[in-house]
Design a protein around this ligand. Structure first.
Ligand code: FAD
Length: 304
């Protein structure tokens, strides 16, 4: 089946589903690179997500799930098939006592803000992470000593056949920047985070302090996807890169941030190819000098 045909199949099966054709991925990622995706779908309910997944499986159409695109490096040729974007369109949330139940597309910043408003502590670490709840579950996002594993109680997921299940904390198999959701290509639909009653002033002060530290240490004035590499056991990626003499080096407009060497940034017009070339160069030089293998934290998707 060619693209025009399967677009019609989707339109007929789920009328009203928000759909963008040949949508440039650079417009949906914090790194601001990436060619077009054939079709971007933006479902608004769990049922719609499951229906879409079932349909794509049935017609053998490739699919990729994204949240806020803050950990993605999409190649210049873009993505063939469908990207299902779970963002603002899928972001209802409600406070239930000391828990918050939320759809996966809600931003972590908004979720942390809700927790503060409700006098609930536990999500302060997440207030400056620019991802969605779903992306944070998939990546077990963390910062300043906290991580999603500390607050998640359960997650409603959907598999690629379109079947829903609920995973409790142990079943989520959360590890350092890894999860069952990511390893088994599940889609996180909705989650319950369990927090504790806390002092609103203290919660606000902690969030402000962490965000101030971020602004001081991270190159937030340039496009990036956060830390490019995972923390290698026993080392810090940024320090290894700095010690290897790579601070500030460029390939085109792709640069090792001179503020934080763990971030590869797009200074304006970088292509995905330039970013990937720089990433290869960093990995090679760090390996040559220190025999440490830098593993990517950023998810690379799409085709050249
Ligand atoms: C300036 C900056 C600072 C950052 N700081 C931190 C930090 O302190 N700590 C940290 O951990 N990360 C940090 N990040 C990286 C990023 O914000 C996190 O990894 C975040 O959790 C990604 O969420 P997202 O919604 O943007 O996911 P995306 O980038 O859209 O996707 C990331 C991965 O999650 C998967 N995914 C997304 N949504 C779902 C879903 N609903 N179900 C299943 N899989 C899904 C995608 O398929 C992909 O594999 C930072 C990034 C930037 C740009």
């Amino acid at each position: 089946m060619h693209k025009g045909q399967w677009v019609d199949v989707i339109k007929q099966a789920i009328p009203g589903l928000a759909m963008l054709l040949d949508e440039p991925m650079w417009a949906h990622t914090s790194l601001k690179v990436g060619g077009p995706v054939d079709v971007m779908l933006m479902p608004t309910s769990a049922e719609e997500v499951c229906q879409v997944l079932h349909l794509l499986k049935e017609h053998d159409i490739p699919r990729y799930i994204m949240g806020n695109g803050s950990n993605l490096l999409v190649r210049d040729g873009g993505i063939r098939g469908v990207v299902i974007k779970l963002g603002d369109n899928f972001s209802d949330a409600v406070v239930e006592g000391s828990r918050i139940r939320a759809q996966a597309g809600i931003s972590l910043t908004k979720l942390a803000h809700m927790a503060w408003q409700g006098g609930l502590t536990g999500l302060e670490f997440a207030s400056g992470i620019p991802g969605s709840l779903g992306g944070a579950i998939a990546m077990n996002a963390g910062a300043y000593g906290g991580e999603m594993a500390d607050v998640l109680e359960k997650v409603v997921c959907c598999n690629l056949d379109g079947n829903m299940s609920t995973l409790d904390l142990p079943a989520l198999e959360l590890g350092y920047r890894s999860s069952k959701v990511r390893n088994e290509k599940l889609v996180a639909l909705e989650a319950v985070v369990a927090l504790k009653p806390g002092d609103r002033t203290l919660i606000r002060d902690t969030m402000d302090d962490l965000n101030r530290r971020r602004r001081e240490k991270q190159p937030l004035n340039f496009a990036s996807a956060g830390s490019t590499f995972k923390r290698p056991s026993g080392y810090f990626a940024g320090k290894l890169i700095d010690d290897a003499g790579l601070r500030g080096i460029c390939v085109g407009d792709a640069q090792v941030s001179d503020l934080h060497c763990g971030f590869v940034v797009n200074r304006g017009r970088a292509t995905a190819n330039e970013l990937l070339e720089l990433i290869d160069l960093i990995r090679q030089q760090v390996w040559d000098k220190y025999q440490v293998e830098l593993e990517l934290e950023v998810q690379v998707v799409g085709e050249d």
